[in-house]
Design a protein around this ligand. Sequence first.
Ligand SMILES: [Zn+2]
Length: 505
Amino acid sequence: MLRFVTFVLVFSSLASAGLGVVEVPPARRAEAEARGLLTLADQGDMLFVLLDENDAAALRAEGWSAQVLDPEFAPGTYFMVPHTKLNPPGAPGRILWDDERRAIVRLGEREAFAAQDEGWLLVPLPRKPRLLQPDADAGFDWAPDSAVRRMADMVSLDTLMSDIRRLQDYVTRYSYSPKCESVALWLAGEFAGLGWDVALDTYFLRQPTTRALNVEATWPGIAEPDSIVICCAHFDSYSRSGMTNAPGADDNATGTAILLELARVLATSRFRWTVKLLAFSGEEQWMKGSYHWVDSVAIPQGLDIYGAFNVDMIGYTAYDTNHLVVNRDVASQPMALLAESTNMWYDIGLSILNYLDPDCAGDNTPFWEVGIMSTFALEDSEWGIWNGSNPNYHTIYDTVGTLRPGQVHRVGKLTAACVATVAGPDGPTGVVEPASAVPVTGNTSGTLLFSRVIALPGLWEVYDITGTRVASGRETGFGAAMAPGIYYFVPTDRSSGPRRVLKVE
Ligand SMILES: [Zn+2]
């Protein structure tokens, strides 16, 4: 409460605030935390915050070094350019701040894409600030569970590695390549084939033409289906020759393969809560896919999400260790503690580094911005990766042969155990229950599976897995019998609405 009052006093003119910087000597860190600074990036000794000239003057009067960098706060246009060996000297765009470690720049979307194509590593600042606060002193109530151990033990090294190979064999999964959509449809089919409800979430990378897909797979809970736990990973890849070659084995076929393995392993159990596995595209375009899902699905539908375990780049071990970094924000401490505990409970064999790093940009960021817990499992610290700890990062050399399979296996087990623990095994386990088959009304010989997800209001077009249009019309008007296979539905007004997946057997 005290902090809130401070916040109101300091930022009475929030609407007109700009982007600013406050230097924080270690001796004054606690004082800064108590002050209620609205922070976009916390670099330890330096905070990038919402600030107007009055705030800055008030801070300077108290002996802080504070200045306004951009008087007009423009969310979504600020990027950090780390001065590491992955970046040339200098910085692109309008430079607001520059020191030895990083530059802060302002770039429009078009300029940002152009700079990325020129080879700049740009790290987006969050769109919404958070209140700077001391680290959490948190705990949790979970305990070891034999059903969870069984599922962790089921995670298969062979399946994980063959799925990584399969994803790499698409040659590229660059968000702007048509291959990326093929991968989305393949993933949708895999999830559906394992009995999960599947929906495709459509959005635009660049208006109005570049459509992209997220894949959402749902395993409904038994006792409290409205409570949801998420595991997410991005399946798109990046290299400077992204249209033709971006194997992205580590970044992020590893995380995507773990999603597929979770789909297989968790489908042997029922849970108290609903599990959602989210495969995002557009991460390399600064989390366009996950921002879209959070803003257009989670928030409007009022989903009650406990938290999201994000897995991204976990297969390359620069220093030949079993380290796994679990990055988190202050509020997400219970999820990181759970990762530490499951690692011990189920003898997984990782060395977990629980890092408070609320600047760590990934598909966790959109969740953090709306107050949903999330952790980012990563093979090294973010600065380590930007300093080239995986020399193949974002190049055509990020291939499966450079990975350490045992590490992928361990992180797969850990992720399965964490998600299963939060979801809470319920009832008999070890049995795959067949999805309920519901006959389609109307003139078709097909059978709709996973009917809970499929709702087709209005006019839709139906495409097969190759992207060929096979039907259009209303829900019951498909007319011709559909051959067995995976189909997807697109609203005919081509708006950025959801697509739905339909499997006909
Ligand atoms: Zn990634």
